[in-house]
Design a protein around this ligand. Structure first.
Ligand code: ZN
Length: 252
């Protein structure tokens, strides 16, 4: 199976469509949450995702907040304003669909699982080595895909668990090319963030996505440019906070 990995689309239809156009052949899609929030096209993004062959999907913190499942107390003012806007913009059908998204982690098959934040807490962030160690230890399958930070990253843990366990940094996608193919060693465990489709935060404005080739044991982290100006114009026209448009141009 060849999976297209989508995370943190954040109602950015231009970014999603660019990814779908660039992804090439795949069998099914893995969706790691935060379909909505920040961007101006929550309904169109949900409807695109609903039209795909989805092998596994989990909700993100913005999905929960927009669906009214979380009060968004820990959101900053801009994020909360976007949640209020999104909740009002969602159609009744898409609101119901969003509210029913499952909590992560969710299995894809015997060797792959997905989560939004971490396998032990759907809302926790993997920013540092210690976060990654906690997440990769909690994962129940050799490849755990996560999102939430909007920063591509890959961690590998050697098979020799216990006192001699080592967590080595295989790749961190903070470079601006954002391209990487990780050939997975069957004796190791992996924790991989393929980046954010709709609001990258690693300094590269291009939409990020991943391709997991299950039989080949590889994960490709990829980028594709999209019509940032159009996404920005829609955000401004919607009356969303202007900073949400500005940040798309710089990938922050
Ligand atoms: Zn997000």
């Amino acid at each position: 199976m060849r999976y297209l990995v989508l995370s943190d689309i954040h109602a950015n239809l231009e970014a999603l469509d660019a990814v779908l156009g660039a992804a090439g052949a795949y069998d099914a899609v893995l969706v790691l949450g935060d379909l909505v929030g920040y961007g101006a096209d929550p309904n169109a993004v949900i409807e695109r995702i609903r039209g795909l062959r989805v092998a596994a999907i989990v909700r993100g913190n913005h999905d929960k907040a927009a669906a009214g499942l979380d009060p968004a107390d820990d959101f900053n003012d801009v994020a909360r304003e976007a949640v209020v806007w999104t909740a009002a913009a969602l159609s009744a059908e898409n609101h119901t669909w969003l509210a029913a998204l499952p909590r992560g982690p969710r299995p894809v098959d015997d060797s792959i699982e997905i989560c939004h934040g971490t396998p032990f807490d759907e809302d926790a962030y993997v920013f540092e080595y210690g976060d990654a160690l906690g997440a990769i230890t909690a994962a129940e399958r050799p490849l755990c895909l996560y999102g939430h930070t909007h920063v591509p990253a890959a961690f590998r843990m050697s098979a020799h668990a216990g006192a001699g366990a080592s967590l080595s940094l295989e790749y961190v996608g903070s470079s601006t090319d954002g391209l990487c193919t990780l050939a997975m060693d069957p004796q190791s465990r992996y924790l991989v963030n393929c980046g954010a489709g709709g609001q990258p935060r690693d300094g590269n404005p291009d939409a990020a996505y991943g391709i997991v080739d299950a039989p080949a044991g590889s994960v490709a982290l990829r980028r594709v440019p999209y019509d940032v100006a159009l996404a920005q114009a829609k955000i401004r026209a919607a009356g969303l906070p202007p900073v949400l448009a500005q940040r798309l141009a710089v990938g922050r």
